[in-house]
Design a protein around this ligand. Structure first.
Ligand code: ADP
Ligand code: GLC
Length: 493
């Protein structure tokens, strides 16, 4: 079958810029697609904070981007995804991308996010034209890329790019990118597109909805989330639009980069280990306890959290359950996270109140995230909603048992422990209540202390799971081919 040309456009790419799991996905899936022989490239903004990992070179020609009243300009930097030949292009523009943050500054979401990301979309397409590299598929990710398919369906329809199919992946329906109508003009789109069966919601432009209506095919990051978002309870106001497109929507579970996330080769860990020899994991646990100034005790179960502190993640349930948990159970807890200020304070307070047993670090720290995965016995993820979730998969690969609420991708990736049955890879609960979470932590704790062999069996099964991208990448390729067939009338065999 013929190789495809695939362009990823994304606001985040690991290891250059990361806010959450979107970066991990965009840093990993293209690697697997390249291994399958496809010509895949990535475009991302060159934010002020971008990590210039590897060799970067600026393209000779400035890039003209047709937005606003007169053409604006970007400088294009080119590098590769580390360890691959996958090109990554970064668009530099002072007005839109010089500031360090991706979405949110010190005073909240940047008020020109609509313009910044319209610039990204139009810039990515302009770059294809400049390189004379016409992709078969443009693959956009979340609301920041919602205008890509609209541009290809309207202003650019009659150009060579007009035959390019689009795939749009919903990573998180909670963030939809509500924007003032000015963005229609700015992106030079026909005003006629500003309608309810299209990009309009409540008098504003809804960039997520734009992507949903205009893309050739739609995906989301797990089969369960794909079912949830077409219902009024899980659709965040877009369930009707999603039902309208249900025939084109597929749930494909994310994989993980299992070369980068491998306890046998992770340089962030003080000692490597594997399922066959878990010796190093005990050293990681001791290092983690030291990092958080906890009692260095190999016997007490250590529960870890690495998370954005956002309502979606359900960590308010953990905060609520914490006093009871710390009183009743002989456990330790460590948390790394940032986001909601009240939540940050609560966990910092807990670290003071339960000194020696509880630790919290507020901030973003990729290395410590790995030490928590390696050094904990269990990983706590009580999400209220979770499109896919990667951290529970990292945990399992590191022999750390996830304690998760049954929602979205957590349903698809964690199998509940069945006592005495030698089945399961973690502990699952249903009700989004502090009580249900506390009970489940208690269950994990009792399993750890009273049935160590069953606990060890869970660890072995968790570590044996195949969470690699191989299967899901193949599903994406099949979807890309359908999208091309739909767009051009010819299946790219
Ligand atoms: P989401 O994208 O909703 O935040 P995921 O589980 O898909 O959730 O991905 C989160 C990613 O971000 C993981 O790679 C996780 O390790 C990382 N992460 C989250 N918070 C932090 C933090 N405070 N420091 C370092 N890494 C973090
Ligand atoms: C989003 C979701 C998360 C998912 C990630 C990568 O940030 O919140 O569940 O794993 O995207 O697809």
């Amino acid at each position: 079958m013929r190789a495809l040309k695939i362009l990823f456009v994304s606001p985040e790419v690991e290891p250059f810029v990361k806010v959450g799991g979107l970066a991990d996905m965009v840093g990993a899936l293209p690697k697997e697609l390249a291994k399958l022989g496809h010509d895949v490239r990535i475009v991302c903004p060159a934010y002020g904070s971008i990590k210039r990992t590897g060799e970067w070179r600026a393209l000779d020609q400035p890039l003209g981007v047709d937005v606003g009243p007169a053409t604006q300009w970007a400088r294009t930097w080119q590098t590769v995804l580390p360890g691959t030949t996958v090109p990554v292009y970064f668009l530099e523009n002072h007005d839109y991308f010089a500031r360090p943050e991706v979405y949110t500054g010190p005073w909240g979401a940047h008020e020109d996010n609509d313009l910044r990301f319209a610039f990204l979309c139009r810039g990515a397409l302009a770059l294809c034209q400049q390189l004379d590299w016409i992709p078969d598929v443009v693959h956009g990710h979340d609301w920041t890329t919602g205008l890509l398919p609209v541009m290809l369906n309207t202003t650019l329809r009659a150009t060579p790019l007009g035959r390019t199919a689009t795939v749009y992946t919903i990573h998180n329906l909670e963030h939809q990118g509500y924007s003032p109508v000015r963005v229609v003009d700015f992106a030079r789109l026909p005003l006629g597109e500003f309608q309810r069966d299209g990009i309009e919601s409540g008098g504003m432009v809804n960039l997520m909805k734009a992507g949903l209506y205009h893309s050739t095919k739609l995906t989301t990051v797990s089969p369960t989330y794909a079912k949830e978002i077409v219902t009024p309870d899980g659709g965040f106001g877009l369930d009707a639009a999603l039902r309208f497109r249900a025939g084109d929507l597929v749930g494909i579970v994310n994989g993980i980069d299992d070369e980068s996330w491998d306890p046998a080769h992770d340089r962030a860990l003080p000692a490597p280990y594997s399922a066959a020899d878990l010796h190093g994991k005990a050293l990681c646990k001791a290092a983690l306890q030291r990092h958080f100034h906890l009692d260095v005790n190999p016997v007490v179960p250590l529960f870890g959290v690495v998370s954005r502190l956002a309502a979606q993640k359900g960590l308010d349930l953990l905060a609520e359950a914490l006093p009871a948990i710390m009183e009743k159970m002989e456990i330790q807890l460590v948390l790394l996270g940032n986001g909601d200020g009240r939540m940050e304070n609560t966990f910092q307070w807990a670290a003071q109140a339960y000194r020696g047993r509880c630790g919290a670090q507020i901030g973003f720290d990729g290395k410590l995230a790995r030490l928590i995965q390696g050094g904990s016995d269990c990983f706590v993820m009580p999400s209220r909603s979770e499109p896919c979730g990667l951290t529970q998969m990292y945990a399992m690969r590191y022999g750390t048992l996830p304690i998760v609420r049954a929602t979205g991708g957590l349903v698809d990736t964690v199998q509940n422990f069945e006592e005495g049955q030698a089945r399961g890879t973690g502990f699952v609960f249903h009700a989004a209540t502090a009580g249900a979470l506390a009970d489940t932590l208690g269950w994990a704790c009792a399993t750890y202390y009273d049935r160590p062999q069953e606990f060890a069996g869970l660890q072995q099964r968790a570590m044996a799971q195949d969470f690699s991208w191989r299967q899901s990448a193949a599903q994406y390729v099949e979807l890309y081919r359908w999208a091309v067939e739909h767009r051009t009338g010819t299946y790219p065999a």
